[in-house]
Design a protein around this ligand. Structure first.
Ligand SMILES: [Zn+2]
Length: 302
């Protein structure tokens, strides 16, 4: 095992000595998202003790990608680390220094699993992305075992024209994909989900196993998460909170909702109903005026 620390980022590399893919797993790109680091520290323990041994390929773990934000339990210090991800000649912010450490690691990996968590009450889900017509990319994403895959973000989430940086939307996965990696983000439930670390840990185990890096003894896996059937939700639209309003229920992320069900009501009396049989995605009862109130999507295939 090789251990390097740059800009306080601990990076652990395990090499099997046998040919095989290079998998990188990262956590706490957003410092207030603790499930990824907890899972990766546990995985690290099992790798260091020999309870899990690599049969082929290379595994790199970056448990805490943003150490200062992690220590302060905030999303970031100066600038969202999961945006504008590319190396800098001129360092403007703390996160720029981190980008310069992280980018070479993202550029050299074959696969990236980036572990996050979200604000909306939710179980784990995959943010589908990349070239999913590529069978290796699709197999990696499905092999993570996460029951909900949400697709279509890039079609729905518009570019923010107020931000001058054309690479603003470039995060960890986008940068890794530029260099040929198959890269996936998982939201391991809401930030304080009691099983967030378990879901992150099992997704990491599944990533290792689906790429054939190791066969992990069931004693070192968490077998009671991810028991549901894996389905894909294709996002159809975002509903913005264009005026004050209220939800008509305590909606959960990815809750199945029948066509015609009342979702909420605007202050002027307009009632919002579900346009098709489908799923509510990322409902945010605290959305500020003008922001996304909820997304909705339907079951589909990718
Ligand atoms: Zn995040």
């Amino acid at each position: 095992m090789k251990h390097r620390t740059q800009e306080d980022i601990d990076i652990y590399r395990f090499e099997s000595g046998e040919e095989g893919p290079h998998l990188t797993i990262s956590g706490a790109v957003h410092g207030n998202e603790k499930s990824g680091p907890r899972a990766l520290h546990k995985l690290l323990e099992h790798l260091e003790s020999g309870a899990i041994t690599l049969a082929r390929g290379t595994l790199t773990l970056i448990p805490v990608a943003n150490p200062k934000a992690y220590a302060a339990n905030t999303r970031f210090v100066n600038y969202n680390l999961n945006r504008s991800m590319y190396p800098r000649d001129v360092i403007e912010h703390y996160e720029d220094r981190l980008r310069n450490v992280l980018c070479p690691y993202l550029a050299e990996t074959d696969y990236l699993l980036d572990l996050h968590s979200c604000t909306a009450k939710s179980d784990a889900f995959v943010m589908a992305g990349g070239d999913l017509s590529n069978p290796d990319a699709l197999a990696f994403m499905r092999g993570l075992g996460v029951p909900r895959i949400v697709s279509g973000w890039s079609d729905i989430v518009g570019e923010n024209k107020d931000i001058p940086d054309p690479r603003h939307a470039f995060g960890m996965t986008e940068y890794a994909r530029e260099y040929g990696a198959h890269a996936i983000t998982i939201e391991c439930g809401n930030h304080d989900h009691s099983r967030g670390p378990d879901m992150a840990y099992q997704a990491a185990c599944n990533a290792i196993q689906t790429l054939g890096l190791a066969v992990i003894d069931p004693a070192y896996q968490i077998n009671d998460v991810f028991q549901e059937e894996q389905i894909t939700i294709i996002l159809k639209a975002a509903q913005f909170k264009t005026q004050e309003g209220e939800f008509s229920d305590t909606w959960h992320n990815m809750q199945a909702v029948d066509k015609g069900t009342k979702i909420g009501k605007f202050a002027d009396g307009t009632i919002l109903t579900m346009p098709e049989d489908g799923y509510l995605v990322m409902p945010n009862k605290n959305a500020v005026l003008g922001a996304e109130w909820f997304y909705w999507g339907v079951r589909g295939d990718i």
